[in-house]
Design a protein. Structure first.
Length: 147
């Protein structure tokens, strides 16, 4: 894809320069071998906690997930709650932080920053595997059980 085509695609998706920077930086770190999904998960979970301490959480994990998605303008998503879990489904084509679709990562393996970010911000536990279901990348989260 030519740079002009890439720019037009990202602008059509509503990707802002700071989002392209974050996604491209993650992709670049992965390509030079200093980043993997385990590190991304832990780091973004910490970032999520930090953002929650700065901006506050909502009254429920589901509302917190919606808040962080809106605050960071992640893209088109849907939330489903029930059965002791919360499902956060990000429409793949609309995600504005994807290291692949925005950052240009071509290496195999996962690098999605959303499971850790959502987990840390909402105070819930995320399955580390993002599952692709049709047009969506699906992240399953479970509220922590009270001790």
């Amino acid at each position: 894809m030519l740079p002009d085509d890439l720019r037009a695609t990202l602008e059509r998706k509503g990707v802002k320069p700071v989002q392209a920077f974050v996604a491209s930086l993650m992709a670049a770190f992965r390509e030079v071998g200093v980043l993997n999904f385990g590190v991304v998960y832990i780091a973004t979970e910490n970032v999520g906690r930090r953002l929650a301490s700065i901006y506050g959480r909502e009254s429920s994990p589901g509302k917190s997930l919606a808040r962080i998605a809106e605050m960071l303008e992640l893209g088109e998503y849907r939330l489903e709650e029930g059965g002791g879990e919360i499902v956060f489904a990000m429409k793949s084509e609309s995600c504005r932080l994807c290291p692949r679709r925005v950052g240009g990562l071509e290496l195999p393996g996962k690098l999605c920053p959303l499971p850790g970010l959502l987990s840390g911000f909402a105070g819930v536990r995320a399955e580390q595997d993002v599952k692709r279901e049709g047009e969506y990348c699906v992240i399953r989260l479970k509220p922590e059980s009270p001790a």
